[in-house]
Design a binder for this molecule. Structure first.
Ligand code: NAD
Length: 353
């Protein structure tokens, strides 16, 4: 297969870890006889410095005409001024909007040999394999009106939590479809005892369920879900929820794996290229030291193979290489070891079959 992949390294450790993900993809291309073509473009802080914009039309157009986008991370102290007119995160939001990416997928899996580095008790973490699907372009983060105003001598701020049925339907449908290749169990998380938007969410999820009789659906209130993710995380298969609940629950779920450096993500829309990135940020505290854990980026490359290129065997080859390398003791600094970013990748690549 031939595929055109746009690489947006971004800032801090972003370019360091995406370079390792590209090495892993090249190892896959060699092993399985594919031809991957890469082109690099700036995004985030580096793009602001060179072009004045966090996402240029040139970068966005290149992404639009690619098969998939591999992203590092954006941001850092240099661009942190909250009053600045142009901010690195605008690059991410512009990319999501420009590519119509309405679903963010974060698989969280625990590794037996890493259980001791999680802040949670090992026995609770055994066999955790949850896929969190977060709605990415609606809800409280995008709703209008959004104002701060003075009313009767007091300052008040208003944000708006709004969802249309079609926005809920498409992301819940995706969650159902994703659960087909897994344990066929979807947990839809809402706050239907309080919020009207959540009642619509629940009702729409039930309608989607009618078209997927082979898949089990249960509903859970977000406060209960926050508790259960810690008390019995292995019971979840696919968890689907709205934007803000998903923002919070995905970070909570990431702690199950022990280190931010381990986890990948995929952002998908309808048909066009997906964006694949580790869940961590640009980690300015370790940037340039060559010690960042590349696993989150490498596993993001596996998701790229699975969801954008439909190369399931190749995706699994990366995932089992990571598992084997970790089981045999490969450890970067965040995992309590001494391997550099490059050596960690070498270990993983050596197990690609
Ligand atoms: P961060 O994820 O960059 O770092 C948090 C901690 O985890 C740091 O101690 C860091 O060294 C460590 N860490 C992160 N990734 C690691 C890796 N691969 N290997 C080893 N250790 C790793 O979060 P932060 O410090 O809150 O944010 C730093 C910058 O990144 C900020 O400017 C923030 O806005 C930005 N950020 C960007 C994204 C993104 O691009 N999607 C996401 C989160 C934060």
């Amino acid at each position: 297969m031939k595929a055109r992949i746009v690489v947006l390294g971004g800032d801090g450790i972003g370019p360091e870890v995406t370079a390792e993900a590209v090495r892993a993809l090249n190892a896959i291309a060699k092993q399985f006889g594919h031809a991957f073509e890469y082109s690099e473009y700036p995004i985030g802080g580096i793009s602001i410095d060179t072009t004045g914009s966090a996402l240029t039309d040139q970068t966005l157009n290149a992404c639009k005409s690619s098969d998939a986008v591999l992203l590092g991370a954006v941001g850092g102290p240099k661009w942190d001024d909250p009053n600045a007119k142009v901010r690195p995160e605008q690059g991410l939001l512009g990319l999501r909007k420009g590519l119509g990416l309405y679903a963010n997928l974060r698989p969280v899996k625990t590794y037996q040999s890493l259980l001791e580095i999680s802040p949670l008790k090992s026995e609770r973490l055994k066999d955790v394999d949850v896929l969190v699907v977060r709605e990415l372009t609606g809800g409280l983060y995008f709703g209008e009106p959004r104002v701060r105003e003075r009313v009767n001598g007091y300052v008040r701020a208003v944000d708006t939590l709004v969802y249309h049925d079609y926005e809920i339907e498409r992301v819940v449908k995706l969650a159902f479809e994703l659960s087909r290749g897994r344990r066929k169990k979807v947990t839809s998380v809402d706050k239907a005892n309080v919020l009207e938007s959540s009642r619509l969410w629940r009702q729409t999820a039930n309608t989607v369920k009618e078209k997927h009789p082979d898949i089990a659906l249960d509903h859970m209130l977000v406060d209960t879900a926050a508790m259960r993710l810690i008390s019995s995380p292995a019971n979840f298969d696919v968890l689907v929820t709205e934007n803000m609940f998903g923002d919070i629950l995905t970070d909570e779920a990431s702690m199950l794996a022990g280190s931010m450096g381990m986890l990948p993500s995929a952002s998908l829309g309808d048909g066009g290229p997906g964006v694949y990135e580790p869940i961590h940020g640009s980690a300015p505290d370790i940037a340039g030291k060559g010690i960042a854990n590349p696993v989150g980026a490498i596993l993001s490359a596996a998701l790229l193979l699975r969801y954008s290129l439909k190369l399931e065997n190749e995706a699994r080859a990366i995932e089992s290489a990571v598992e084997t390398a970790i089981a045999r003791g490969a450890r970067s600094a965040d995992l309590g070891g001494t391997l550099t970013t490059r050596h960690m990748t070498d270990e993983i690549i050596s197990h690609i079959r």
